[in-house]
Design a protein around this ligand. Structure first.
Ligand code: UD1
Ligand code: CA
Length: 459
């Protein structure tokens, strides 16, 4: 495989974001813009990626995790003197014999297929340029072609004549060229232009004068090459991206109540015939089996949901594993470490954390169950609370198979309720309850006969 260098320009300030955060760290689908670009660049095997940072350099370097498969370098461009100058900063990191491709940290939706197509069009005698035709080309560099249709140059908006401004084919900024040629031609670029900048676009005319032809390629959509300069554009790309993911889910066999009201921020894997109602948000790595039903307004983060699970409205599930046939919600909160075995139930206004709920066990109403181990067939009554925290340390609660916890009980951990054991409603349990026995701590009931209710005093 040929050596490939991918240079990502990310030095700009992003003034129009009106933010202290560098522009390329703003998130699309929960992931920094720059990370989207790095992930796409990673589709090229063994690519050597160099990110050119400037504004917020340190923050960018520390916030974007390193690339998964390729080598990732950072170089700094302390003054933003133009796109050619930015690429020049990366030259010391480039290989010798291969091909270089230029991407942009604020153009997040570039597709791996496009990158590969661009690279494959490069040879000693040809470079590739990604162009797009727009109804309104205002602001972009225009593509100039000769009478035979060959690209001869790019002219920036501010340098263009009235005639050139009519051209609707514009420069996306993405180009690929032999690294040797790039190194040779960059120093020939000057800043004699309307903006006093070193334009990378001047590379095109230089290539032509060296007999190298410009092969143009087009993206699959305009959005693929759209940059983010303000938060309106960011939201536009977010919606485009979410719509694509919603369509992919439907193609994969999931019914969506409304494809405009689902957000996937990460990877969502699904089986067939699941149904997702409105306003579901998925984050990180989520797996849904088949025949899962998700009610309105659910938030599911880094969790595995088995076949046939029903999740009712307004439930939040994080770092949890839910086995098939289980029922959750409405208004349930499964915090990290919740594991539900088959056909278990966590119902309304129940919060769980670091808890294993055995097969067929139920925590149906208004409970907090943390650091607990429930066997099979356990029934936890309404309002049961595990007192798992003594203010310093967390302790474990065990509820054996078929145990029954009466409503409004407090289980003060560490404590163990035996198999088949019962806890009387309203008890505060501080000692283990043996198998098959009843644990009860509430005061016994008295009846007072002839009880007179107080009467209102007269003044
Ligand atoms: C550039 C192209 C233009 C193209 C447009 C597409 C040039 C001269 N013009 O124009 O033909 O139609 O992109 O959006 O290349 N950057 C740096 N360092 C710099 C300058 C820029 O890192 O010194 C980065 C910016 O952060 C930005 C990108 O390069 O991500 C593009 O720079 P920008 O100044 O926005 O170029 P445009 O004027 O939009
Ligand atoms: Ca721009």
């Amino acid at each position: 495989m040929m050596e490939t260098d991918i240079i990502i320009l990310a030095a700009g300030k992003g003034t129009r974001m009106k933010s202290v955060l560098p522009k390329v760290l703003h998130k699309l689908a929960g992931k920094p813009l720059l990370q989207h670009v790095i992930d796409s660049a990673n589709s090229v095997q063994n690519a050597n990626i160099t990110v050119v940072t400037g504004h917020g350099s340190d923050q960018v370097r520390s916030s974007v995790p390193s690339s998964k498969t390729s080598s990732l370098n950072y170089v700094e461009q302390t003054e933003q003197l133009g796109t050619a100058h930015a690429v020049q900063m990366a030259v010391p990191k480039l290989g010798d014999g291969g091909t270089s491709l230029i991407l942009y940290g604020d153009v997040p939706l570039i597709l791996p297929e496009t990158i590969l197509e661009m690279l494959s069009a490069v040879s000693e005698s040809s470079m590739s340029l990604l162009t797009v035709t727009l109804d309104d080309p205002t602001g972009y560099g225009r593509i100039l072609r000769d009478e035979s249709g060959q690209v001869t140059a790019i002219i920036e908006q501010k340098d263009a004549s009235a005639e050139q401004l009519k051209v609707k084919e514009v420069n996306t900024g993405v180009l690929a060229v032999k690294t040797e040629q790039l190194k040779q031609w960059l120093p020939q670029i000057d800043n004699n232009n309307a903006q006093g900048e070193y334009y990378l676009t001047d590379l095109i005319a230089i290539a032509r004068s060296n007999g190298v032809i410009i092969e143009t390629k087009q993206p699959q959509s305009v959005e693929e090459v759209e940059g983010v300069n303000n938060r309106i554009q960011l939201s536009g790309l977010e919606r485009f991206y979410q719509k694509q993911q919603a369509e992919a889910l439907m193609v994969a066999g999931v019914t969506l109540a409304d494809p405009n009201r689902i957000d996937v921020r990460g990877n969502l894997k699904t089986g067939n015939d699941s149904y997702i109602d409105i306003n579901a948000v998925f984050e990180g790595n989520v797996t849904l089996g088949s025949n899962v039903s998700i009610g309105p307004n659910c938030h599911i983060i880094d969790s595995d949901i088995g076949d046939g699970v029903e999740i009712y409205a307004n439930s939040v599930i994080e770092q949890s594993k839910v086995a098939r046939g289980s029922i959750i919600g409405p208004f349930a909160r499964l915090r990290p470490g919740t594991v539900m075995a088959e056909n278990a139930k966590i119902g309304n206004f129940v919060e769980t954390k670091n808890t294993h709920v055995g097969k067929g066990s139920k925590i149906n109403h208004l409970s907090y169950v943390g650091d607990s181990e429930l066997g099979e067939g356990v029934n936890v009554g309404a309002g049961t609370i595990t007192c798992n925290y003594d203010g310093v340390n967390k302790h474990k609660t065990v509820m054996g198979d078929n145990s029954f916890i009466g409503s409004n009980s407090s289980l003060v951990a560490p404590v163990k309720i035996g198999k088949n054991a019962t806890v009387g409603a309203g008890s505060t349990i501080t000692k283990d309850v043996p198998d098959d026995e009843l644990g009860l701590t509430r005061a016994s009931q008295k009846s007072i006969s002839d009880w007179q209710r107080p009467t209102k005093k007269s003044k």
